[in-house]
Design a protein around this ligand. Structure first.
Ligand code: HEC
Ligand SMILES: [Cu+2]
Length: 374
């Protein structure tokens, strides 16, 4: 009993609880096996050569060695093949982890000395616990209020630094219901070791039941709408294009043309920066009149505002665009879209010299209506 208890608490290899776990382990065991094989082989050959080729008499002169092409080719080609397997396998696993699938469920995480605060889009909040449905791709958007933390779920083989002042993302798909451990994997002060929690992977029906038990304050987006009004963002950002700021409806996931000629995609990080440091990237055709909200909004309120702005679009669109937030992709994205699309959508831009393309306007019009109905 006692030994069983110990084993359960110090498992040599954690459970394989997510879709990437198998691949990570496969790669890990392959690299370990190759390393072990060559360590043994090299030591064995050294010992064998010690004995086989030892000097047998004081006067013995060694035979000159001419070299062997066969040998050279063998010990070049085999290690090259093995190393390529590691490289390709590693790249494959890395890209799988770095690129969330398109249809993710977004959950927000704020780290803080010494706890994990979680917000669900439906409005549920939890601390040091994360409830998720099984077989569903979950994307975490994470930040911290103080120092660097790291969100680590060993059973899922995923770990990601959580950095102050920016969003990092990570995704997983849990494969079996159960309880899994959550750690902070970045030393973050006195109670770092206590910054732990539990992931509850539930059957979808159980998850729905759990969801309906919380969320007294309404969805994350509706909480964000309230913050949006409390901070008077709506005085400048109106959906009728009569405000002094750009229309935010349908903005999320779309290309934005900024002053200086660059075009970038409005992802979570862009929205965050637009609120905290509006002058860093000015939207084409607008004056730098937006005040900074640095220090006036908490990380959690920021996530609520972002959830609200994300909700200001046609739901179908939002879903599709939801996954384009990995840095590699955001950088590539703008090149493939007409650069005028973003500017064209900013109705009411005082000195906008963008020609309004009908198509670009069309894509956003339904989004606006979708919002009103909410
Ligand atoms: C005084 C008017 C004003 C207020 C108040 C204001 N904004 Fe802005 N906002 C602007 C203007 C003007 C721009 C465009 C210039 C720029 O990029 O700073 C802008 C840009 C933005 C953008 C980027 C939009 C885009 O199309 O790329 C976001 C997001 C945004 N604001 C959110 C907010 C939020 C959230 C609040 C409230 C916390 C807020 N704003 C309050 C005027 C305002
Ligand atoms: Cu920590």
């Amino acid at each position: 009993m006692n030994s069983l208890f110990l084993l359960r608490n110090f498992p040599l290899f954690p459970d394989e609880g997510s879709t990437v776990a198998r691949n990570v382990d496969g790669l890990f065991f392959f690299i370990t096996a190759v390393s072990a094989f060559f360590s043994v082989l090299i030591v064995a050959v050294i010992i064998y050569f010690f004995i086989r080729y030892r000097r047998r008499s004081e006067t013995e002169a060694p035979q000159p060695i001419e070299g062997s092409n066969k040998l050279e080719i063998t010990w070049t080609v085999i290690p090259f093949g093995l190393v390529m397997i590691m490289f390709l396998g590693g790249a494959y696993v890395y890209f799988t982890m770095a690129r969330p699938p398109r249809d993710t469920m977004d959950i927000y995480v704020v780290g803080k000395q010494w706890m994990w605060k979680i917000q669900h889009p439906e409005g549920n909040r939890e601390i040091n616990e994360l409830h998720v449905p099984v077989n569903t791709s979950i994307r975490l958007t994470m930040t911290t209020e103080d120092v660097i933390h790291s969100f680590y779920i060993p059973d899922f083989r995923i770990k990601q630094d959580v950095v102050p002042g920016r969003y990092t993302t990570m995704w997983f798909k849990a494969t079996k219901p159960g309880k899994y451990q959550l750690f902070c994997a970045e030393y973050c002060g006195t109670n770092h070791s206590g910054m732990i929690g539990t992931i509850y992977v539930m059957e979808p029906a159980d998850y729905e039941a759990w969801l309906s038990g919380g969320a007294a304050e309404g969805s994350l987006a509706s909480q964000g709408q309230k913050v949006f009004q409390d901070l008077a963002c709506n005085t400048c950002h109106r959906s009728d294009a009569q405000g002094r700021g750009p229309v935010l409806d349908g903005l999320f996931g779309k290309p934005v043309q900024i002053q200086g000629g660059q075009t970038l995609v409005a992802d979570e990080s862009y929205l965050r920066e637009s609120i905290l440091n509006p002058r860093a990237k000015l939207v084409m055709g607008f004056e730098p009149i937006m005040p900074t909200f640095q220090g006036q909004v908490s990380e959690e309120q920021l996530l609520q505002l972002i959830a609200y702005i994300k909700s200001l679009g046609a739901p179908g669109e939002q879903q599709q665009q939801g996954s384009i937030n990995t840095p590699q992709q955001s950088n590539q994205r703008p090149t493939s879209v007409p650069t005028s699309a973003a500017g064209a959508n900013r109705g009411g831009a005082p000195n906008s010299n963008q020609a309004n393309t009908g198509a670009a306007n069309q894509t956003r019009t339904p989004a606006r209506q979708g919002n009103r109905e909410q």
